[in-house]
Structures are given as C-alpha cells and as structure tokens.
Design a protein around this ligand. Sequence first.
Ligand code: SF4
Length: 440
Amino acid sequence: MKKYCILTYGCQMNVHESEKLAGILENFGYERETNPQISDVVVFNTCAIRESAEQKIMGNIGELKQAKRNNKEMVIAVCGCMTQQDNYPEMLKAKFPFIDIIMGSHNIADFGELLQKYLNSRKKIIEVGAPQDILKRDSMPKIRTSGINAWINISYGCNNYCTYCIVPYVRGRETSRPREDILKEVCECVNAGYKQITLLGQNVNSYGNDNREKFGTFAELLRDIDKIEGKFRIRFMTSHPKDLSEEVIDVIASSNKICHYLHLPIQSGSDRILKLMNRSYNREKYLNLIKLARERISGVEFSSDIIVGFPTETEEDFLETLSVVKEVGYQQLFTYIYSKRKGTVAEKLDGQVPLSVKKDRIARLIKLEQELATEISSKYIGRTEEVLIEDVHPKKQGIVIGSLDCGKTVNIKGDPSLVGSFQRVKITNAKLTVLYGEIV
Ligand code: SF4
C-alpha cells in the first residue's frame, strides 16, 4: 500500500485539520506512516505564530530533498498558516523547488482535488486564497488520531488583532459554524465512543458574534451540548478574557459534563503592556474574572499563556507578570519569548527587548512556575477524584495516564484495557504538575 505522512506544527486547530487531511488521503487509499523519508505523500501542515516554528519547518522540508531525488513519484505538499503569509508561496517555491503542492490555511477542503490534479498532470500547484465556503472543511472525512479525544471546530478565524499575532491575517475574519452542525458532530462522536469533546476556536467565547440571531451565544451552545446524553467530558479552547461572560461561568458551574477548567491567557501582568498588545482588558478585570470563576465553579483550575519580552517590556512590567502568576496559582503555564511577526503592529514598535533579557525573564518565569507547581498539585494528595483514563504511559509499562476534571494529569498503575473508562482514583503523590494515584 502507498503511504502518507503528515507533519503537524502549532496549535490544536492544526492537529484537527491534519485529521481532515488524513481522511482525504485514506480515501485515496494511502496508509498512515510516521517516517516522511519513506512516504509517497508528505504533507507539512505549518504554523506561523513564531519564527522558531518556521525555522524548524524549513529545516524539515529541506531534509526531504534527497528523498524526493531518489523517488521522483513522491508528492510533497505544504499547507497551513505559514503559506498564507504575503510572498511565502513564492519564497517556498524558490527555496524548495521540489515542493509539489502549496496551499493556504483556507484551502485544505480542496486538498483531494488538488492532489488528484497534481497526480494527473505532475505540474506544480499553488493554491492560496479565500474560498467561497470556509466551513466546507467541516464536512470532510476525518481520521481522528487522539485516542478517546475528539476535537470539534466551532469557529474559524479571529477579529481581535492582538498586536503581536499573525493569526487574523492568515486565518481571516471570525466565522462561526452553525449550532446544529456542531451538535450533530458532538452526538456522532459520543455515539462513536469518544469520552472527551474539545470545542475549538481561536476565541471560543465570541462564538456567534458574527450573527447572533442565527448562531446564539457560546453559553447557549455549551448548554445545548451539555444536554446531550451519555457519559463524556466537554472542554474548550481558547478563551479570550475580554469575552468570558458571567453566563458562561454559570453554565460551567451548573454542568456535570463541562470541565471545571479554564485556559485563560493573560499574556502579561502589566496594564501598560496589555494595552500595547491590544488585549482589551487590564490586570484588575482579569483577576476579577478569576475570582468570579473561583466563587462559582467548584474546584476550578486555570492555565494561561504568557509572552515575555514584548517590545518596551521593562523589569517592572515583568515583575507585574510574576506577581500575577503568584496571585492566580495556575496549574499550568505556556510560556513564550516574544517573536517578531512580519505584518503585525508590534513588529514596528520601537524598544525591542534584547534576546539575552528575554531569555533571562523566561527562565525566571519557568522557575517560579515550577516552584508553585508542586505546591498547587500537593493539595490533591489524599483526595479521591474521578479520573478519565486517556492513554497508556508512553515509556512506563503497567502505567496509564488519566486526567482529572480540572485538567490535572494523573499516573496510575493499570493496564491498557482501562483506556476510555472513568475511575475513582485516590491521589497518593504529586510532583510538579503531575499527580500519582491508585484506583479505589
Ligand atoms: S485572540 Fe489575539 S492572540 Fe488569539 S488568535 Fe486572535 S489575535 Fe491571535
């Protein structure tokens, strides 16, 4: 059988879009392979959010030069956010003349047609543009690859224009998916045995803003999904603090299925930097949201994204970020060094922070996160919690990995037959962000 390999970079949206690309390739009769060097079709599903990601992707594409020389029939396709940027298709074509298909982040629904066209003609294809129907990709066949987890798109694109972010330029304006289509897909996934449904959008809380009458609100969508019968968990990402409503907090609080966990990126603890980032909230408003969620949602935990070294960030600004981290006590942090992105507002700001300062700040932030992590995890020791067993441990035999409703990871003694089940687990130990427990 001919083989395909998809290399996915970046966010969960891309992971799910790769599942749709896999659906197309398996319909063509290709079989999944993890080694691109021996594959007949290789797809790079790219990310443009940071310069380091782009460098890695370019390096990985370059590694296929010899394989393509040895196997002229090999098809190499590049898609995703990187190709959607101005002048990138031409740059990729010039730098890697052995790429056969270049398509944008909006064109993945047409991948089957483009691949067929290429196989028929063996003529290089560049297709980067906004299609008529951005939601066409939702009706594509999918090969879900995340075990008991199913990812479901509820919206595409973003209208927020945070000054450091390239996403609105490469993913376009926010477009919500009809509520009935989302509910139908959730039902299908639950009936197929998926135990954890994660709703995806660049900004899930603003679901429906593009046509309130037609789509309703995110809170209403959550309420409807919560009513679907079956034992499963509902998660969502990513939430923008400016759009997290009291109504959404109350829906989570009163639900048995929606996890008591919020990924709420603050990005910086300094009001001055938040304003420069165009985040539309300040520290006080953010902390009030955290307080409200803690008061209403029992046992809620938070995670966040933080960027260090945004242009003009001073030591005082950075100390504000450290103090917010201490005050909230996140169960997990995703930390990034600011990366200049061409075409964004922040690219043109004076006062770029030297790399050595950025590196020092991120190291201090990670150190603080680690100091707090064990303390936050330790409060679970001795408790008995419901755990969803998600997978076997990739390295330790006889250990399975599960998650608490609040998102914390637990390592438990057990065999693979437990995967997909809910278990009562007594937490016996904690190390950094990971818990250890025994089935009771
Ligand atoms: S909300 Fe801001 S950071 Fe998130 S995708 Fe939109 S512009 Fe980018």
